[in-house]
Design a protein around this ligand. Structure first.
Ligand code: ADP
Length: 304
């Protein structure tokens, strides 16, 4: 699968530093125990999805707020070949320390427990998106975060551009609706072409499986829109308009060692496939294959 033109995929959202402790079993509260390994990784949902896209061969850019002094993150974008030069960079101050997530990975089952301190960096605003030259992009993916009004303005700018350009110059849009604590994002679902809904969010709304969730969230999408729902070790489902729900099985690695960013990898790989011209069924299968491969390894460097 190859991308036919050099127009970029843009991932808009969070970049944070992930500090990861790998444990032989999940720790008990108020105990003092050794971890088997530790390392840091560039994290944040949009940042992780851009990594998957880059590893698969897409021309990809990340847009999100950064903090001066965290050059290891910008160096890592560069090492993956991800453009990040339009990101606003804030000076460090008592309220602006950069986002950090402390993560425990349990070696026994690959589970990841995340404690994220993400409110230490300002959210992206419309003014940071204003100068993005939309004709350079084939796809813009928005990570749904608390800057809902600003994301809405960004999406509206893309919509206005799309109505003024030739069909082959249109920019496809997608939105990740992941966090149950941000119900306000629901009002944006009918403004994008593709909606990625997480299992966590779907379960918090009472859905018991991926098929029901895809059908249910479809009612909030635009006519012609598509909802995609990853469901952990049960694969993923998608629904477009009045078509039946399409599903993909999970692709299990021999051993599940690290599920951190499985969902972000799924989103990135699915966007890669869709923006390369694959249909929705093929795209979610490809997303599940790549995400499954990722779960069988530490980090993501070998997903292709
Ligand atoms: P998140 O990381 O956001 O919680 P999910 O757990 O829903 O996302 O996983 C996203 C995708 O990753 C799934 O659709 C599946 O393809 C893959 N995946 C997740 N867990 C496993 C697993 N244990 N084995 C194989 N693939 C998995």
């Amino acid at each position: 699968m190859e991308q036919q033109t050099s127009r970029r995929v843009l991932c808009v959202g969070l970049c944070c530093a992930d500090i990861i402790n790998v444990c032989d079993h999940y720790p008990k509260e108020d105990t003092d125990q050794r971890s088997a390994d530790y390392y840091w990784q560039r994290g944040g949902n949009a940042s992780n999805s851009s990594s998957a896209l880059a590893l698969l061969g897409a021309n990809v850019e990340f847009l999100g707020t950064l903090v001066r002094g965290r050059e290891f993150l910008t160096d890592d974008f560069a090492a993956y070949g991800i453009h990040a030069d339009q990101c606003p960079v804030y000076e460090e101050s008592p309220g602006v320390k950069g986002a950090v997530a402390v993560i425990v990975i349990n070696r026994q089952n690959g589970s990841r427990t995340i404690m994220a301190a993400i409110n230490h960096v300002p959210e992206l605003k419309m003014e940071h998106f204003q100068n993005i030259q939309l004709h350079n992009y084939r796809w813009i993916h928005f990570e749904g975060r608390q800057n809902i009004d600003e994301i809405e303005k960004m999406i509206q700018r893309v919509q206005e551009y799309n109505t003024s350009c030739n069909t082959d110059q249109r920019v496809s849009t997608s939105l990740e609706f992941e966090k149950p604590r941000l119900p306000g994002l629901g009002r944006l679902l009918d403004q994008v072409d593709y909606v990625f809904v997480s299992k966590d969010l779907a379960v918090s709304r009472g859905y018991q499986n991926k098929e029901e969730a895809a059908r249910g969230f479809m009612h909030s999408c635009r006519p012609g829109g598509t909802v995609i729902c990853a469901w952990g070790d049960d694969g993923a489902a998608a629904k477009t308009g009045s078509d039946d729900v399409i599903t993909s099985p999970v692709y299990s690695p021999k051993t599940v060692v690290d599920t951190l960013a499985a969902g972000d990898t799924f989103n990135g790989a699915t966007i890669f496939a869709l923006s390369s011209g694959l249909d929705v069924g093929g795209a979610i299968r490809f997303g599940c294959m790549v995400a499954g491969t990722k779960c069988g390894m530490v980090g993501n460097k070998g997903i292709k």
